[in-house]
Write a protein that binds this ligand. Structure first.
Ligand code: ARG
Ligand code: ZN
Length: 869
């Protein structure tokens, strides 16, 4: 069934308090539930609908009296309906049996490496007990867990532990009370054999909080960074927003099998190990950044999500967009603002703009869904964060803080909407933000067209901005957005004529005048990526090179380098002969080589910024600007350009590589300076490897002191057949296996699945037959299958269609075990209309095969059918 935002209605009965008892056994788990129900006021005579999936009902009674199926209630595959519940408060008691050990969907209560854990967002609680499984039903929870004491010594649930003890037959129990009312999606419990580290945090107002992070015993030396990140996040939220933690204890549990990154369950976060574990020998600098960001993200949810939650799932961006914005801001404060901004913009351009341009395009607040899990998207999350950032740009940092204060003051303890958030921002600042709602209503990426005119006599520069947004499914015509365009003007000598100014574009077209401009300016537009839009402003290669070197805004310096590269690559790809790579290499214009040389050799420029400026835009970003997409030409252009850069800048790259070597004996650090050094050095290495320079990569691998160094060396060698490649791959694997480092093995799998080699698909198939491959583990699956579909364009788009066929077979197969993971993979075909001829036909054919395969989940059905619509 498809659900619509416009159909929202509060039910006639509301669960206000819940008591749960879990009796965990190996063959089944019994869940005893007592739901204390209050009628809405005024009471309405309506049936009460309780969601439930794959539950075996063992008993049911109301206020002590057993209920009869048929006359008192009915059962279906989707739940239980009380036909005529009383108009006065009552208590419903049920006992159900579930089988967590057979739960391969990883939604509800399931087993991961022998430990019981839960994942309830969005609709997993209904797989635990009969309940109104929707976020506007907020209740207090009392929980008791009983399990075998030896096998499951650690028992956890939300809130504070209020009792524990031993039971007969080697069993034990623990009891918990969570004093904060919460929606069911924030429920969690854990029963397992885990080791942990503990720490303490004292809040600004002087309350002591116990912090504990749990994982399998062999991971215990990899939890310190997550703990540090948690404490940093707690301090940052106090300092930035005046928000403190509210319970006496905060647990993080890391598990191997998890569909997403992590989950913000009240006081008991459950994490994918990939977002917790870090030590220098196993985690790259990017992994460290991800752990820091995700730990902070889940912590920030305690206010933006838990204390104030969503009324319904259409409002998901209310908590996710806001919380991603908060974690981005935190990471930016902890590392480097410019670097973080570039990383976030790269995700927007490669993944979110692509989603906006395809069949899954949806507003950050979607209007309908079949499977809510399909809408945990880069649009809801990352574009949602950009929308929050725009409030801050429009209102200023102080105005934004006023709005946040009002939002939390007004809505603490409530389940609210995106409109409530917008109203708080408007009211706190006395601003009319009516038009701003269009960011929540309309899908698609706007293009802002800019044309400037300089009147030398009057000293006036006139900038005309106009906006258009292409049609998206169900939305043929768009109204103008309220777009903050942060703009500056530079003189031709690089000095500043006009500092960054927020231009508010609200009409289809507007002209902004800058007076007192004494020399012809160069405009710097959309500084800091001030809105999630594309810019249409024709510029010469010289102007782009000038901005790449001189713009006062570091984001726009990077952007200029990307634009220059994009133009070159697209021109080369247009109608090229993909087999003639040597000839193609000669076509790379010197303007690009010169600009790259200038960046590489610029004195005093941050190494991370250099690294990102010297990295070419990826296939996904470039292909959006090609119509139809010709993967062979585009890949050939990318290859030839990389080679031309490597050949023509060989001595500069080699010199930089050697000069960036870590000082002998230097200890590992995550200081931005050290990260930037490794980042730029690895970019140099990847270019040098294009010319077959194996010596440097091999030496780097052998002397590596951290994962950032070793994995980059493996990546540099993986496409060149030979002894060096074989040596690093087998050494890397054997070491990870001996140390039982599953996440490191996943890196080993991913690096091979992404390799552009003639036998890429055979490689992927042999990886799936490898002893390390676990078809039920989402991380392993993603490392191989999703990496091939998303990061190996040559393999996936191979002209014979073998890549397409392989992925559709995987979607159909994985769907039987884990619909969420299968549906995500199915998105790989969303671009099918952008290809021509045989490729388009083959991709469409695979989608139809998927859509028609028997027993398909609603998750995968929704992606396939939207894609074909
Ligand atoms: N709320 C979690 C987070 O962003 C994501 C959980 C999504 N899970 C899912 N099955 N859709 O931190
Ligand atoms: Zn989140």
């Amino acid at each position: 069934v498809e659900r619509f935002r416009k159909d929202y209605a509060l039910p006639a009965q509301l669960v206000g308090a819940v008591e749960l008892k879990f009796e965990i056994f190996e063959t089944e788990t019994l869940v005893h539930a007592a739901l204390h129900v209050e009628p809405a006021s005024p009471p309405r005579r309506e049936p009460m609908v309780l969601d439930g999936e794959e539950l075996a009902l063992r008993s049911i009674e109301m206020d002590g009296a057993p209920l009869v199926e048929g006359s008192d209630f009915t059962l279906s595959a989707a739940g239980l309906t009380l036909l005529s519940p009383p108009l006065t408060p009552f208590t419903l008691r049920t006992v159900v049996a579930i089988k967590p050990q057979e739960n391969t969907q990883l939604s509800g209560l399931y087993k991961s490496s022998g430990n019981f854990v839960t994942q309830c967002e969005a609709e997993g609680f209904r797989r635990i007990t009969y309940f109104q499984d929707r976020p506007d039903i907020m209740a207090t929870y009392k929980v008791r867990i009983e399990a075998d004491k030896q096998a499951y010594p650690l028992l956890l649930s939300n809130g504070n532990e209020v009792g524990k003890g031993d039971l007969p037959s080697g069993r034990h129990f623990a009891e918990f009370v969570d004093p904060f009312r919460k929606p069911s999606y924030l429920f969690a419990c854990v029963a397992g054999k885990l080791d942990g580290i503990e720490d303490k945090y004292t809040t600004a107002s002087g309350r002591d909080v116990r912090l504990a992070i749990w994982s399998e015993p062999e991971n215990i030396d990899q939890l310190g960074w997550a703990m540090q990140s948690l404490k940093d996040a707690m301090r940052w939220d106090e300092q930035t927003y005046g928000l403190e933690y509210d319970l006496d204890v905060y647990h993080i549990v890391a598990v191997n099998d998890f569909n997403m990154g992590a989950m913000e369950n009240k006081g008991l976060n459950v994490f994918n190990t990939a977002c917790v574990l870090a030590k220098p020998s196993t985690a790259t600098d990017d992994d460290y950044e991800r752990v820091q960001g995700v730990v902070a993200h889940e912590y920030f949810h305690n206010w933006s999500g838990n204390r104030v939650t969503c009324r319904d799932w259409f409002q998901l961006t209310l908590k996710e967009g806001l919380t991603v914005f908060r974690d981005q801001h935190f990471s930016s404060d902890m590392t480097s603002e410019a670097v973080k901004r570039i990383e976030d913009a790269r995700i927007m351009r490669s993944a979110q703009f692509a989603q906006d341009a395809g069949p899954m395009a949806h507003p950050i607040r979607p209007e309908s869904y079949i499977a809510m899990d399909n809408f945990y998207t880069v649009t809801v999350y990352n574009k949602g964060a950009e929308v929050i950032r725009m409030y801050r740009t429009l209102l200023g940092a102080q105005g934004f803080r006023k709005g946040m204060d009002l939002y939390f003051a007004r809505h603490d303890g409530q389940a609210v909407t995106c409109d409530d958030f917008r109203a708080a921002m408007a009211d706190a600042n006395g601003r009319d933000l009516t038009q701003f709602e269009r960011w929540y209503l309309q899908a698609g990426t706007p293009t802002v067209k800019a044309r400037g005119e300089y009147d030398a006599e009057g000293g006036v520069y006139s900038l005309t901005l106009s906006q258009t947004t292409p049609p998206t499914p169900g939305q043929p015509h768009k109204l103008p957005f309220h777009i903050p365009v942060v703009t500056g003007l530079l003189a031709r000598d690089g000095t500043t004529l006009v500092d960054s100014t927020v231009l508010e574009l609200t009409e289809e077209e507007q002209t902004f005048k800058f007076e007192g401009i004494t020399s012809p300016p160069v405009v710097s537009l959309l500084r800091g990526f001030s809105a999630p839009v594309k810019v249409d402003l024709p510029r010469s290669d010289e102007e782009l090179a000038f901005l790449a070197a001189n713009d006062a805004d570091p984001f726009n310096r990077w952007d200029a380098s990307q634009r220059l590269a994009t133009r070159v690559l697209l021109e080369m790809a247009a109608g090229c002969d993909a087999t003639q790579t040597d000839a193609l290499e000669k076509e790379v214009p010197s303007s690009l080589i010169d600009a790259f040389r200038a960046t590489l050799c610029a004195p005093g420029l941050d190494n991370s910024l250099k690294a990102y400026s010297l990295s070419l835009p990826d296939f996904g970003t470039l292909s959006q600007e090609m119509d139809p997409i010709e993967p062979d030409s585009l890949l050939a252009a990318l290859k030839a350009t990389r080679k031309a850069i490597a050949r023509q800048l060989h001595s500069e790259l080699a010199a930089a590589y050697d000069a960036l070597a870590p000082p002998a004996g230097a200890a590992f650090t995550l200081e931005p300076e050290a990260v930037g050094r490794r980042r730029l050095r690895n970019v140099c290495l990847s270019y040098l490897a294009k010319l077959g320079d194996e010596d440097r990569a091999l030496a780097q691998f052998r002397s590596a002191t951290c994962m950032t160094e070793s994995i980059a060396a493996v990546r540099a060698l993986v496409e060149s057949p030979g002894a060096a490649r074989d040596e690093v791959l087998s050494t890397f694997y054997e070491r990870a296996k001996a140390n039982k480092e599953a996440l490191v093995i996943n890196k080993w799998l991913a690096v091979q699945a992404a390799a552009d080699t003639p036998d890429a698909l055979e490689t992927v198939k042999s990886l799936m037959a490898h002893e390390s491959f676990d078809a039920n583990n989402p991380n392993t699956l993603r490392s191989v299958v999703n990496t091939f579909a998303g990061a190996n364009p040559a393999g996936f788009h191979k002209a014979d269609g073998s890549g397409y066929r392989f992925i559709s077979e995987q979607v159909i197969d994985i769907d039987k075990r884990n619909p969420q993971v299968a549906a995500r993979l199915c998105n790989a075909f969303n671009t099918w209309r952008r290809y021509s001829g045989a490729r388009q036909d083959m991709m469409k054919g695979e989608l139809m095969r998927i859509k028609e395969s028997p027993g398909l989940s609603k998750d995968t059905f929704e992606i396939a059918s939207r894609s074909l619509a």
